[in-house]
Design a protein around this ligand. Structure first.
Ligand code: WTA
Length: 659
């Protein structure tokens, strides 16, 4: 790989490839598996036919007349002419088919014993009520609605109510700041925001409504705010704007007839970090997205909706929460667990208590969580009965082999396949993953593309690299849940994903990867200015802009440094303005808080170093590779392309006393 960022990853990788542990699928699982080996060949022989078969898992009011329209790439249309309602598919359909009494959601609040169970029939009533209430507030087909909520059932209800009305939702993670919320609301023009007074986190009530109040001072788009009462804390109230959920939704009718929408009708916009400061609104539409989410959830977790109890620990504010907590699982009609709080409240082992109590059989989480459990030691999970588990999943960042094996052995009792699933906000669905009944698992490798998906690793010219070599991860053919565009910015959509390998027509994912000698894929991580902190995507540029917006800062450079717990951690280098002097003794804390206020707590740098200069090439590009060397306490690499090669000495002297 020519990319200058790849140096350390290559080293790590050559160690990784020595990994020779292999895990065969359990015989009983393989014998009953939803997908078998032949699915790969079947899908390759007739890809569109294969996806049409998968679309048939859904209930369509009008069947499509063309599977894929790729006449104007990169703008895809799937299941053209088909009409359906996503909420009907996730809720009503199960009731109509006689499964209304089945539990849809076992909701577990953070305070112990604060629990709620919703059957599919109850979910249908609540979604219908919420849809009626939103319509009453003036929300119509095509109107955008922002959702800024904790992990409570009303969040799922709100999303489905929007889908039912054909009003695309944009869920903004509750950990984001008022500024971040306002800029997303502004970008997609949402006039209604659904929020709550707050939620429970680490044993205390945290608040959300004040951030919405503040966002209203930064954008004039917001007309109405629908507020769920979760904690009962005091809130400021504006009678012209604020409406209690329990009043509006509570009093609404449980009868609501869902309308069928075009397969390409927008379902939601999910903002994600890119390489520039401005987050991208990733647009997903209805028919293809729901087909992709439902199929992959069924195939990759080997889902048996009648008997499995599924739990995905992701927050609904991220794409994993959308595809594998809301749309995939509910379209498949499974019983699932949803948990509000943190893994260690009121004590370590809370997650294992939940798995034991609800007999969770499929569990999906992130490597960063697994690593933190490894640190706590196996005694905690060992003292619980986790024998109900049969498939484990991992997502968000590469899972290191030790974490994979620990997950399989300690949590999965040595019985459970681990599916390491690679995908992105943009892809909408898992694209590269083992299949639990087919694949011989290899710790650390996401293995190969699932049936119906064409992924590859290519060199700078777009040529497929031979086994044993590294390059860029690309997708060679369209897939149903692919993003359709960036909200309001078709040009940025083309430039970001389709220009790198324009000649070949490949989608460029932004990840580096390697094919091992068997042709299996090892994802190495981003090759652009995007960091991955605890499985969350953050843009270096966005954090740099936040820092530079502080009056004392002249210039800033941010890098993702390797971190044992969080995968990567945010490390910032700042040059202060002359008039700021040394910035004062609290300058580091002041800047960290500034980033929190501008973006959110997840973006707060682990480390800020005040430096006199930044290393730049002659063309003025900051050499982040060198800064990463400093942040990771390594000897600084090759400095010959620097405009001024003494700069690194200055930085190192300056950073020696940094916090
Ligand atoms: C990374 C999360 C290695 C990758 C679903 C990707 C992974 C980015 C894996 C997308 C995995 C996700 N192995 N890396 N199994 N899964 N990634 O949009 O860098 O929040 O491009 O979607 O996470 O992050 P996003």
């Amino acid at each position: 790989m020519s990319n200058e960022e790849s140096g350390t990853s290559e080293q790590t990788l050559s160690n990784l490839l020595k990994e020779d542990r292999r895990f065969d699928p359990p015989a009983d699982l393989a014998a009953e598996a939803n997908l078998t080996e032949e699915a790969y060949a079947r899908a390759a022989a007739d890809r569109e036919g294969f996806w049409a078969e998968q679309a048939d898992r859904l209930s369509w009011e009008t069947r499509w007349d063309r599977v894929l329209d790729w006449d104007d790439p990169p703008f895809a249309k799937w299941f053209v002419g088909g009409r359906l309602n996503a909420a009907y598919n996730c809720v009503d359909r199960h009731v109509d088919e006689g499964r209304g009494d089945q539990v849809a959601i076992h909701w577990v609040g953070e305070p112990v014993d604060d629990e709620r169970t919703l059957t599919y029939a109850q979910l249908k009533d609540e979604v219908s009520q919420a849809a009626n209430a939103l319509a009453e507030l003036g929300v119509g087909t095509g109107d955008r609605v922002a959702i800024y909520m904790p992990m409570i059932p009303e969040t799922v209800v709100a999303m489905l109510a929007c889908a039912r009305l054909g009003a695309p939702h944009t869920v903004v993670f509750g950990g984001f700041s008022a500024d971040a919320l306002a800029s997303r609301v502004d970008d997609c023009g949402a006039e209604v925001v659904i929020t709550s007074d707050g939620g429970y986190r680490r044993g205390a009530a945290s608040s959300l409504k004040p951030a919405v109040d503040e966002a209203r001072t930064k954008t004039d788009k917001i007309r109405k705010v629908l507020v769920v009462q979760r904690t009962g804390q005091d809130v400021t109230w504006d009678d012209d704007v604020d409406v209690w959920w329990h009043d509006a939704v509570g009093s609404a009718s449980t009868e609501h007839t869902p309308e069928a929408f075009d397969s390409e009708h927008p379902l939601f916009v999910m903002y994600t970090s890119g390489t520039t400061g401005k987050p991208k609104g990733i647009l997903h539409t209805t028919g293809g997205y729901l087909t992709g989410a439902a199929f992959t959830h069924w195939a990759i977790f080997d889902l048996k909706p009648e008997t499995d109890v599924y739990w995905c620990s992701a927050d609904v504010g991220w794409i994993t929460g959308h595809s594998y907590l809301v749309y995939g699982p509910l379209a498949n009609g499974v019983t699932q667990v949803m948990y509000e709080g943190t893994p260690d409240h009121p004590a370590k082992g809370r997650w294992w208590d939940i798995i034991e109590k609800y007999k969770v059989s499929i569990f999906y989480t992130a490597p960063t969580a697994i690593r933190s459990f490894m640190k706590q030691g196996r005694e905690i999970p060992d003292s619980r009965d986790l024998s109900s588990l049969r498939v484990l999943g991992s997502v968000g960042e590469p899972i290191n082999p030790e974490a994979y094996v620990w997950y399989r052995e300690v949590i999965g009792g040595g019985r459970t396949p681990v599916v390491d699933t690679w995908w992105q906000t943009e892809t909408g669905m898992i694209l590269i993953s083992p299949l639990p009944g087919v694949t011989r698992g290899k710790p650390g490798s996401a293995m190969i593309a699932i049936p119906g998906v064409e992924a590859d690793v290519v060199d700078d010219e777009g040529t497929s690299v031979p086994d044993g070599s590294g390059g860029y991860l690309v997708l060679k053919e369209p897939w149903p849940a692919m993003l359709r565009t960036i909200w309001g910015d078709d040009q940025r959509f083309k430039d970001t994903y389709w220009s790198r390998f324009k000649k070949q027509g490949f989608y460029f994912a932004g990840d580096g990867a390697k094919k091992d000698d068997d042709g299996d894929v090892w994802v190495l991580g981003r090759v652009d200015d995007v960091m991955n902190v605890s499985g969350h995507r953050l843009s270096t540029t966005e954090i740099e802009s936040a820092l530079v917006s502080h009056p004392k800062v002249a210039e800033a450079a941010v890098v993702g440094a390797t971190d044992e717990d969080t995968g990567q951690a945010v490390c910032a280098f700042v040059i202060l303005r002359d008039e700021a002097g040394d910035g004062g003794e609290d300058i580091v804390e002041e800047l960290r808080n500034h980033v929190r206020q501008q973006i959110g707590a997840i973006a707060k740098p682990r480390q800020i170093m005040v430096v006199p200069e930044l290393p730049k090439t002659r063309s003025g590009k900051i050499m982040r590779r060198l800064l990463r060397d400093v942040a990771e306490n390594r000897e600084v690499g090759d400095v010959t392309t620097l405009a001024d090669s003494t700069v690194m000495d200055l930085i190192q002297q300056g950073s020696s006393g940094a916090k």
